[in-house]
Design a protein around this ligand. Structure first.
Ligand code: 5GP
Length: 190
């Protein structure tokens, strides 16, 4: 997605060789026009996948997901990050490790928002080690539903997540794929 590449190059800051900060249009301030265009790309790619719902992980996946859901005319569900297990039987939960924050959280979904006939498109802002996306997929499959695809805004292709998801057979579509990060240097996959 050309406009996303441009924004990453103009405004993105590599905090290290592993972490990219894009606070000015995705993670803190949000550019609605850019989010809408992301929705157009996700719709085009996943349109034939017979998706029934879009799931995202709070909070930075919400903006691109809602724009995609609107254009695909589908419901959207936010998977919550809880700090502890909920002991009532009306939720699905799975533990996810965040390498960026070095902490665990319980990814949580109310049972009433999924059923066995669902074919879910998971959308998230970044793909790094794949923990968040795999956690979301575990919730979906644990509920007896299918993962119809995974849409990522920025994939760091040099980290393990993309390969891991592909090995598990998921159809992953990323709007920007970064090959290398370094101080003052951002390279895309050619
Ligand atoms: P993973 O679970 O694939 O290791 O990481 C995905 C999650 O970590 C994303 O939902 C995102 O919130 C966060 N994340 C991973 N890498 C980056 C990064 O380089 N920049 C930002 N802003 N967030 C990241």
């Amino acid at each position: 997605m050309e406009s996303l590449h441009k924004r990453i190059l103009e405004e993105g800051k590599a905090l290290s060789e592993n972490v990219l900060k894009v606070d000015s249009f995705l993670n803190h301030q949000v550019d609605p026009d850019l989010m809408y265009e992301m929705g157009t790309y996700f719709k085009k790619y996943f349109e034939a996948h017979k998706i029934t719902k879009i799931f995202t992980i709070e909070s930075s996946g919400i903006a691109p997901s809602v724009m995609t859901a609107m254009q695909m005319n589908l419901p959207m569900v936010i998977l919550k990050k809880q700090s502890s297990k909920i002991l009532k039987g009306d939720v699905y939960q799975t533990t996810v490790h965040s390498f960026t924050k070095d902490m665990n959280y319980e990814l949580t979904l109310q049972k009433k928002y999924i059923n066995e006939d669902d074919n879910i498109l998971i959308i998230d802002d970044f793909l790094a080690n794949g923990e968040a996306a795999l956690g979301a997929a575990r919730l979906v499959e644990g509920a007896g539903a299918k993962v119809g695809g995974i849409g990522i805004v920025i994939e760091k292709s040099f980290q393990p997540g993309p390969q891991l998801l592909k090995e598990k057979g998921y159809d992953v579509y990323s709007l920007a794929r970064i090959a290398k990060l370094g101080k003052g240097n951002i390279e895309f996959v050619k």
